[in-house]
Structure formats: structure tokens, C-alpha cells
Write a protein that binds this ligand. Structure first.
Ligand code: ZN
Length: 115
């Protein structure tokens, strides 16, 4: 478990992301690398392959050809910005928090800035 406190402060308690992570967790705008190659790749588009079940077609920055990889393929998450709206555990007020899952981890509990 890891604590993080962004500048605009709700206090969020997080679980670190698994590293490596399944490729199916990637979304457009995320940056990742393959375990065997440290080159950072940014996802431009991601969709399920319509011909092969369990495969993804990823378009990445700097390559004209889409990558076809298994949804379960291991990737190393480098940057995964997400916005969450979570209820404060003390007062219940739903509060927005912007986290980078790759550095902050996944949110579990939030305490809003009023406490
Ligand atoms: Zn609160």
C-alpha cells in the first residue's frame, strides 16, 4: 500500500499497480514498455482484434503498423493518467482525483480536503 497526495489535496490511499500488467488494461494516451524492451510506447488507439479472440490491436506513437498482442500479454506501465470520482470515507462527499496509475497506483480510499 502506498500513500499519495496530489497538489489539490484529497488524500488518496492507493494500491500499487501490478508491474507487469496485462495489456488489456491500457487505454488511449497511456505509455507503456514491453518487459524485454525499455522503449516507451504511447497508445494512440486500442481495440479488440475482430479476427482473433483475446488479441488487441494497438496503434502506438512512432509506428505505422498496429501491434497485435494478447490481452494477457505482460507490459510495464509507465504512465496511465485517470480521473476518479470517489466518496470521501469521512463525509461521503464525492471528490474528483486525478491519478497516474503507473506512479500513484489504484485508489482504494479517499479523504477529501475538508478534514
Ligand atoms: Zn470528506
Amino acid at each position: 500500500m502506498q500513500h499519495s497526495e496530489p497538489a489539490t489535496t484529497p488524500f488518496v490511499i492507493t494500491n500499487p499497480l501490478p508491474d507487469p500488467l496485462a495489456a488489456s488494461k491500457l487505454q488511449v494516451g497511456d505509455t507503456f514498455a514491453f518487459p524485454e524492451d525499455p522503449t516507451p510506447l504511447t497508445v494512440l488507439s486500442a481495440r479488440a482484434d475482430s479476427h482473433f479472440n483475446g488479441f488487441l490491436l494497438l496503434r502506438v506513437d512512432g509506428s505505422d503498423l498496429p501491434l497485435c498482442i494478447r490481452e494477457t500479454e505482460d507490459v510495464r506501465p509507465l504512465r496511465m493518467p485517470r480521473t476518479f470520482h470517489l466518496p470521501c470515507v469521512l463525509c461521503g462527499e464525492v471528490t474528483r482525483s486525478d491519478l497516474d496509475l503507473a506512479t500513484n497506483g489504484e485508489p482504494r480510499l479517499l479523504v477529501c480536503a475538508r478534514h
